[in-house]
Design a protein around this ligand. Structure first.
Ligand SMILES: [Zn+2]
Length: 121
């Protein structure tokens, strides 16, 4: 199974809660690592544990953060955008509605913020 199919299947299996995990490279191959969702409100949020992050970082090169939206589109929420920029990792958002995902890069989000600042001024 490809990691693309894996993140969609895993997201569907976690419904109605948000699924989360990390994409990481091992020997040039991208693998999906499922993580436990530590958020208090798992229906609307996700939180990856530090232990999971460190365990995966030890054995692979993290290339993206995956989470799902059980009942909405594969678009970033405002907190998602902030976290994506803050953590500086690509965000893969799976929509359980569309059974598809999109990827967002921190540098593109920063560019949008800059454009907004220039428009305001
Ligand atoms: Zn989200």
């Amino acid at each position: 199974m490809t990691w693309e199919q894996e993140i969609i299947d895993y997201s569907l299996s976690c419904m109605p809660e948000e699924a989360c995990g990390l994409l990481a490279k091992v020997n040039q191959t991208i693998r999906f690592y499922k993580c436990q969702n530590y958020a208090e409100d798992k229906i609307n949020n996700f939180m990856i544990g530090v232990d999971d992050w460190m365990r995966i970082e030890d054995q692979a090169n993290i290339v993206g953060i995956v989470h799902s939206h059980p009942n909405s589109k594969a678009e970033l929420s405002e907190p998602d955008k902030k976290n994506c920029i803050g953590l500086d990792y690509p965000y893969y958002v799976v929509s359980c509605l569309d059974k598809n995902f999109k990827v967002f890069y921190p540098k593109d989000l920063k560019w949008c913020l800059l454009k907004l600042l220039f428009m305001v001024n």
